[in-house]
Write a protein that binds this ligand. Structure first.
Ligand SMILES: [Zn+2]
Ligand SMILES: [Zn+2]
Length: 177
């Protein structure tokens, strides 16, 4: 969806747009957008400076990086952004940066505001690098692959033993020198 900047009225523009699954070109190794993405925002402008304030909501499906199971979780991102016309390089770029302090600034081409791109960028920004199903997910046993959230596996004692033996071996080697 593109909004023509010339067509903007003086009043704020309220936008509610629902993207069908797959319409937002989001790619991630461990997650997919699992449901339609809803964008809700208000677009204000002062001449060619645009101010966008709103939310993006969807559901994400992801694979837990510890237990490797699939989960779904509601996802939302809030944003409060300024889109300014792409500045022409004058050699003093600090003017633009200081114009609106404490705001995230991006640029538009002066013709149209690309809503899809903004939505995609906001999703990407709010997406965590790694997903865990819950903070205390115990993950899988690295030996037998058992899901340790469902209880301890039989390798447990052995594991402690082998760690201890490595430590002892290390200590012995040190004293030999
Ligand atoms: Zn997990
Ligand atoms: Zn095990």
């Amino acid at each position: 969806m593109l909004i023509e900047i010339e067509s903007l009225k003086p009043e704020p523009l309220h936008v509610h747009h629902v993207y069908a699954t797959g319409e937002i070109n989001f790619t991630h190794d461990d997650a997919v957008l699992g449901e339609p993405v809803t964008a809700d925002f208000v677009l204000r402008h002062k001449n060619l400076d645009l101010f966008v304030d709103g939310t993006v909501e969807t559901v994400i499906r992801f694979r837990c990086s510890r237990c490797n199971k699939e989960f779904s979780r509601p996802f939302s991102a809030r944003f409060d952004l300024s889109y300014l016309p792409q500045p022409k390089w004058t050699g003093k770029d600090s003017e633009v940066e200081l114009k609106y302090e404490d705001m995230d600034i991006a640029y538009h081409d002066g013709v149209a505001f690309d809503v899809d791109l903004m939505v995609l960028e906001q999703i990407e920004l709010a997406m965590p690098m790694k997903f865990v199903c819950r903070e205390d997910c115990k993950g899988l046993c690295y030996k037998c692959g058992a899901d340790l959230n469902e209880g301890a596996c039989l390798c447990k004692n052995e594991e402690t033993d082998s760690r201890l033996s490595v430590l002892l071996e290390f200590r012995n080697r040190k004293t030999e020198k």
